[in-house]
Design a protein around this ligand. Structure first.
Ligand SMILES: [Zn+2]
Length: 217
């Protein structure tokens, strides 16, 4: 039933559109993750290995939308906080982090500078801003109407600040998005299949933002 209601909400949004927000006053809570010289060194190493150049910042060309597959903001934030993985297959390398996390109630948190090079989408980190949405545990398409509205406002806000942004795509669209020409990956077979943030959420984003001149897949 909840799913059905949500699809009605999405349908209403598609029909009426989200009202324009005052972007200069878009509420964003800055909650920075650990940022040290060591992190900058790790970012440079990552960029050099995967993209062939050393950099810690980006000129944004795309926004990649994700879900966390973790059920709370706090747990996601803690996961992103440390600059290095301390265990698991990626131990010792630059940790995963997105620029933004949007909580289920639509609260927007910014974790790093908007133009930082963060590791969230293989092949696109050199030019993509990442937005994580809390939800999607077990692949369930449970992102909320509040998150949809927050993502629309946040993407519009980012496009105002960075007119270089042309593309918006879901992480699961990472292969189709190679048609943008933005994909770079120098490490052979470095790839992970993704399902986030689900086609329903991306369709709703596309239907609301395509009129802004952004390209989708
Ligand atoms: Zn993702």
């Amino acid at each position: 039933m909840k799913k059905f209601l949500l699809s009605i909400f999405f349908a209403q949004i598609l029909f009426f559109g989200i009202a324009s927000a005052a972007y200069e006053t878009l509420p964003i809570i800055y909650k920075p993750i650990e940022w040290t010289e060591n992190r900058e060194r790790l970012i440079k190493e990552y960029a050099l290995e995967h993209y062939g150049f050393s950099a810690t910042s980006i000129i944004p060309r795309a926004v990649v939308v994700h879900w966390t597959a973790i059920d709370s903001f706090e747990a996601t934030y803690n996961y992103f906080y440390n600059e290095e993985f301390t265990s698991g297959i990626d131990a010792g390398t630059l940790n995963v982090a997105s620029h933004f996390i949007v909580d289920k109630d639509g609260t927007i948190y910014r974790l790093t500078p908007e133009n930082a090079l963060n590791r969230h989408a293989i092949g696109y980190n050199w030019c993509a801003i990442g937005i994580e949405n809390v939800g999607g545990v077990d692949g369930k398409e449970d992102l909320t109407l509040e998150q949809l509205e927050a993502n629309i406002n946040l993407i519009r806000y980012l496009c105002e600040g960075y007119p270089t942004i042309e593309y918006v795509f879901g992480h699961y669209q990472q292969v189709e998005a190679r048609a943008s020409g933005l994909y770079i990956e120098n490490v052979p077979d470095y790839f992970a299949g993704k399902t986030d943030p689900g086609p329903k959420f991306m369709k709703a984003l596309r239907d609301n933002l395509e009129g802004d001149g952004l390209k989708f897949f």
